[in-house]
Design a protein around this ligand. Structure first.
Ligand code: ADP
Ligand code: MG
Length: 254
C-alpha cells in the first residue's frame, strides 16, 4: 500500500450564508494523480485553497502526512498558526493557478529562485543552478533570462510549474492550469504535467481536460454542490459514470 500523503477530513466552508464545501473527504497517496472535475461553482478552487490554508476551513481538518495544516493544539484547543509557521507548511504544497501569477519584474530564472532563497534560505548560487535544471526540465533552458511579458502563456505556465517544483513540494496542486491558454499552447503544459506524473509526483489537478484525466489520472473525483458525487478510476467515472450529474457534466465538456 502506498503511503497517504494528503488527507482531507470532512471539510466545510461557507461564504456568507452559502455553504460551498459540505463535508469533503479525500485521501491522496504517494505518487498518485487525482483529477478533480466538476461544474463551475462546485467548490473546486475553494477546496484547493483550503488545503494550504489560503481559505481556512470552517470545519474539518487537512493533514499533510501526519501534520495538521493551519492549526496547532494548545491546552486541548486548536489555535491558528502564526504566519511564519504557516509559511513553512505552505512551502510543502506547490500550487499552479489558472493565471500564471509570475512576478512580472523578475526573469524566468529569478521567479524560480525567489522562494527557495527567501523562504528556505537556500544558497543563492545553488538555487540558481537548480532553477536552471528545473527550467531545462520544462523545456525552457534557453528562456531563463526572459521576462514573463516576453514569454507565451504556455511558457509562463511552465515557468510557474518549475517555480512550484523548486520548493520540492510533497504535493502539487493545479487549479485549471490550462484554462487561460490559447488552444495551441495547452498541449505543451499538459505534456510537462504528464512527465511529472510519470516521474511519480503526487498531484491533485482541477481540470476540464478530459483527455488528460483519462490518460494520466489514477483516480477521478467528481465534485458538485460542494460534495463528492462520485469517484473512481478514469475508466469508471469517465467511461461509465453512475450518477446523473456526472453524466450531464461530461456531455457538456466533451
Ligand atoms: P469552482 O472552482 O468549482 O468554479 P469556487 O470554489 O471558485 O468553484 O466557488 C464555489 C462557490 O463559492 C461559488 O458560488 C463562488 O461564488 C463562491 N466563492 C468562492 N470564493 C468566494 C469568496 N472569497 N467569497 C465569497 N464567495 C466565494
Ligand atoms: Mg475554480
Amino acid at each position: 500500500m502506498a503511503e497517504t500523503v494528503l488527507s482531507l477530513r470532512d471539510i466545510h466552508k461557507s461564504f456568507g450564508g452559502q455553504e460551498v464545501l459540505r463535508g469533503i473527504d479525500l485521501d491522496v497517496t504517494e505518487g498518485e494523480v487525482v483529477c478533480l472535475l466538476g461544474p463551475s461553482g462546485s467548490g473546486k478552487s475553494t477546496l484547493l485553497r483550503t488545503i494550504n490554508h489560503l481559505e481556512p476551513p470552517d470545519g474539518g481538518a487537512v493533514f499533510l502526512r501526519d501534520e495538521l495544516i493551519g492549526y496547532r493544539e494548545a491546552n486541548g484547543k486548536l489555535v491558528e498558526l502564526t504566519d511564519r509557521v504557516l509559511a513553512r507548511q505552505r512551502a510543502k504544497f506547490g500550487m499552479v493557478f489558472q493565471g500564471f501569477n509570475l512576478f512580472p519584474h523578475l526573469s524566468a530564472l529569478e521567479n524560480v529562485v525567489e522562494a527557495p532563497v527567501l523562504v528556505k534560505r537556500e544558497d543563492p548560487e545553488q538555487a540558481r543552478a537548480r532553477a536552471r535544471e528545473l527550467l531545462a526540465s520544462v523545456g525552457l533552458a534557453d528562456r531563463a533570462d526572459a521576462y514573463p511579458r516576453h514569454l507565451s502563456g504556455g511558457q509562463q505556465q511552465r515557468v510557474a510549474i518549475a517555480r512550484a517544483l523548486a520548493m520540492s513540494p510533497a504535493v502539487l496542486l493545479f487549479d485549471e492550469p490550462t484554462s487561460a491558454l490559447d488552444p495551441e499552447l495547452v498541449g505543451e503544459v499538459l505534456e510537462v504535467m504528464r512527465r511529472l506524473a510519470a516521474r511519480g509526483m503526487t498531484m491533485l489537478v482541477v481540470t476540464h481536460e478530459i483527455g488528460f484525466a483519462k490518460d494520466v489520472a489514477d483516480r477521478v473525483v467528481f465534485l458538485d454542490g460542494g460534495v463528492v458525487v462520485e469517484q473512481g478510476t478514469a475508466a469508471e467515472v469517465l467511461a461509465n459514470p453512475r450518477r446523473r450529474r456526472t453524466r450531464e457534466f461530461l456531455t457538456h465538456v466533451r
